[in-house]
Structures are given as C-alpha cells and as structure tokens.
Design a protein around this ligand. Structure first.
Ligand code: BTN
Length: 234
C-alpha cells in the first residue's frame, strides 16, 4: 500500500537513482523498475550487466526502522524464492541459486535522513530471466526461463513485488526470527564445505536467529555476520 510504481526505459542504475532521490530529500516509498541499466551495480563494487529483456531489474525504496538490519537481505531473498519456485535455494546472505548456480542477486543500500534515526532503504534486485553468458565467471549462472519458460520481466515483477513489500514490512516489525525456519528450508549452504573470506573453513550449519551464518569449524561453532562465502569443491 502507498507504493508508487515507476518503470524507466533506461537508467544508469535503479539503486543509484533511488539513493540520489533519498539524499535530495525524496524518501517516499517507491518501486522503480528499469527495462535497461547502463551502470547496474552488484555487491563489492562489481557490476550487474544485462541486455534489455534478459533480466528483471528493480529497486524498492522505503523508510525503514528495524531494530537490527542484518537479516533484511535474507528476508528479501526468501520472499523472492517463495513467490517464484520451490526449487530455488538461498545462498547466504544475498543470492538466489538454482542447482548451485546464481539466479538472482540483491544489493541493499541505506541513506540516513532527518529525523536522526530514520533510514531510507534501497533494496535492489536483479533476476536473470535468460541464462547469461558464462564468460569470465567461475560458475555458470542460471536463468528463470529454466523454471518458468516464457515469463516476461513484467509478469515476474507483478508476481514478486506484492509479497516482497509485505515481507519487508513484516521484517521491520518482527525481525528475522519468524522467517528463520523458511530460510533454513531453502538454505543452499547447509552441509557444504565452506571457505569464508576471513579464512575460516567449516561446514554450513544453518542461520542464527538474527540471520548470521552458522558454521561448524575444526575449533567449534562460529556465527558469521559479514564475510564472503565460497563453497569448496568436494
Ligand atoms: C549482486 O549480485 O551482487 C547484486 C546484484 C544487484 C543488481 C540489481 S539490478 C537492480 C538494482 N540496481 C542496481 O544497480 N543493482 C541492483
């Protein structure tokens, strides 16, 4: 409720646009989708490139005040997976996987605005519709067409957006804990041998009540809150 929906033919990045608006004082709730992005951004300074029609790219911008932000990307991924397909798994903390291949990514950014404690959240989502070229990627990506042939970007957006808005609102009031069982049911990393960017190695063991990644290591259990995770080949 109360969301403006905008579709841009071409824009640099839907995340960049909503961050610019927030910094300029426009913090109204909005969903901005783009048919094409000229400078789509991924996490860790990576780019998100896609030909028009090959992916669904949009951002949700809204004022948000959860007590703890850490589980937001998990809740967003879970909502997308649930509204798209039972076979989609979640790779902590930001990716959707199909059979171990990346299907979608999430980039969350926030801007503060007065009064002091309020923050504007920009939740950016890119979902591959067609399977992208694997050139230069260590693992080949997946496309939603493998699960839902013929689904257009517009139809995919209409399907994911209403539950997504509801999930983000529920997260704001209740936090991550209520989502934890459903996340764990789709946890792609459970039982896999993992290597974290801080050097930790161990086996995926679910997520904590605030959305940290639980890992069994040789020296005992660890809870990871911010690190990159890669799966070690078996
Ligand atoms: C990642 O996998 O690293 C996150 C990718 C996020 C891409 C989406 S596309 C819509 C929104 N606008 C951007 O510039 N990035 C996000």
């Amino acid at each position: 409720p109360g969301f403006a929906v905008e579709v841009a033919d071409e824009i640099d990045s839907t995340n960049s646009e909503l961050m610019r608006r927030a910094r300029a004082g426009d913090t109204a709730p909005v969903l901005l989708a783009a048919l094409s992005q000229t400078a789509g951004r991924g996490r860790l300074g990576r780019s998100w490139a896609s030909a028009p029609g090959d992916s669904l790219t949009f951002s949700l911008g809204l004022p948000l005040a959860p007590r703890d932000w850490s589980g937001l990307s998990l809740v967003v991924g879970l909502s997308l997976a649930e509204s798209l397909h039972p076979r989609i798994r979640l790779k902590w903390p930001n990716d959707l996987w199909l059979d171990g291949r990346k299907l979608a990514g999430i980039l969350i950014e926030t801007a503060s605005f007065p009064p002091q404690s309020a923050r504007y959240a920009v939740v950016g989502i890119g979902i591959n519709l067609r399977r992208p070229d694997a050139d230069g990627l260590s693992t080949p990506p997946a496309g939603l067409e493998e699960l839902l042939p013929g689904l257009t970007a517009a139809a995919a957006l209409a399907r994911v957006a209403p539950p997504l808005v509801a999930s983000v609102k529920a997260f704001e009031s209740a936090g991550f804990e209520p989502f934890r069982p459903a996340f764990e049911a789709r946890d792609a990393l459970r039982g896999l041998r993992l290597r974290l960017s801080d050097g930790t190695e161990g086996t995926g063991a679910g997520v904590s009540q605030d959305g940290g990644l639980l890992v069994h290591t040789a020296t005992g259990p660890a809870c990871i809150t911010s690190s990159e995770v890669s799966v070690r080949p078996a």
